[in-house]
Design a protein around this ligand. Sequence first.
Ligand code: F3S
Length: 641
Amino acid sequence: MGKNITQKIIKAHLLGGQTVPGQEIDLRIDQTLTQDATGTMAYLQFEAIGLDRVRTDLSVSYVDHNTLQMGFRNPDDHRYLRTVAQRYGVVFSPPGTGICHQLHLENFGKPGTTLIGSDSHTPTAGGIGALAMGAGGLSVALAMAGEPYSIPMPKVVKVNLTGRLQGWAAAKDVILHLLGLLTVKGGVGKVFEYAGPGVATLTVPERATITNMGAELGATTSIFPSDAQTERFMKQMGRPQDFVELVADEDAQYDEVVDIDLSALEPLVAQPHMPDQVVPVRELAGLKIDQCAIGSCTNSSYSDLKTTALILKDKRIPVETDVLVSPGSKQVVKMLAAENLIEPLLDAGARLMECTCGPCIGMGGSPVSAGVSVRTFNRNFEGRSGTQDAKIYLASAETAARLALDGQFTDPATWGERPERVELPESVPSIRDLFLFPPEDGSDVDVVRGPNIVALERFEALPDTIEADVLLKVEDNITTDHILPAGPQITALRSNIPAISEYIFSRVDEGFVPRMKEAGKGVILGGENYGQGSSREHAALGPRHLGVKAVLVKSLARIHRANLVNFGILPLLLENPDDYDLLKQGTTLTIPARDIKPGQSVDLTTDSGHMVRAINDLTEKELEIIQSGGLLNAVRDRQSR
Ligand code: F3S
């Protein structure tokens, strides 16, 4: 039976598991990428494993998120990222060089490889035929250590493209159309693989816009074939040697098929506050626009910005409409400058920003209060722009630029001729010298940590018996926000576990941290659905640092459970929920930790002699991790054997 591209890459990288949709598979990872906001913790975790050098073919550390904040923390983070990269064999991309996904596509991505990145838009590299997935920082750290990456085997959806984009319709409208059709939940557990005659009509930058925003479908990733377009792109980027052809077999099988006729698409826009609230631009005609922001990892390529410049050339944007342009990389800026395309942007009244994420995460360029902002980005969640009551509309670069001139939504039928579709020149200026490549041997390099970066402590292995007090009793539906509140003051401490741990349960019970510090160890007792909400690792790392040995709850949220296991905290479920009432804060529990067997219940005893039965649903692998003191320890133990 023929294979699709996804199956081919998975087969070539499969280290374990059955390739049956939904079953867990282990993949060898060729490349990793990190950005600065998530990267510091990923490298601290990699350091904690204790290897001398990364084991991937290529790992790159990009600085593109927090480049404009004031104070010492960001530059300290950047210095740590630079020195840790040199020490362990990672390529470093300094702040201002560009946005991670744009840079990776231009400089490092390769067809047929596997890539994981600690950023959800890593699937951008699917535009050149890489199987590229967003992952947690810990998974990236483990991949750098040569460990497999486990995912449920995805279903593969064939997105069958026919026809060719017409008029003002753009690649962005392909993915907006799909989002409107399938919603933000429509892609969970699936890879969207593009096929059909329409594929050949799309350039690599257009494909990358589509795979980038495939993340909003909730998809595992999206991927295009590696074909003549890809070969041309790799040549233009000065890396013809990185091209390999990769196409689906003629008789390839898919789990589902979606048909899209490119010729029938029109300019679309996602309305506030979800990327799947998609309507045709014409339906909003008359709505005043306060801001247009062009850029982000979705639409900041040379093609996007040249099109923008051509639309704005010799025109004037109304002064009430604030227009921001953030190029995806210095390469893009150099190419625009070489073709005298910066001047038309400036003369039209646009503001030229740094080559970073910038306004996408509210790092500069926030809209006015209750303002309408048309953005070429991939997300429009409430408050993300930095202005809580702003209304963010997502559109293509051509739509945003054209609307900027009108200062309001207008019907594309009135827009006149679209500038010709942009092709990349045959060769483009290289910015390779701006990356810092690591030395062959980094063992002499000093890793420099500012005061806000603290190496991860080595957690001890689980004792034979846990004897500890219940130091906190909480109700049902405790979220990770209850465990560790969010907010800039707290997240700024993400690379400093001792400091961030001071905030554990700070809004639930101010006495918890002092009690933990005094006792040195403890157990948390909880109700139903403990640990629901955001996936933050620190909600397990912080308690672990404070000495929490086990959580004993009625039921547990899936991701938090995984985080507890990864950081060596024993998750136990009360067999009889009534025991929750029996146990009090201050009850001493004795848990036979080393005797726990997969699938068998565990008998805990209290200081008053009661027996409380707990269920453990841990697998053998998970028990081994917990008993080692956490995943980093388990990997270190395994690698030193
Ligand atoms: Fe950056 Fe926004 Fe993309 S934060 S990586 S430009 S989604």
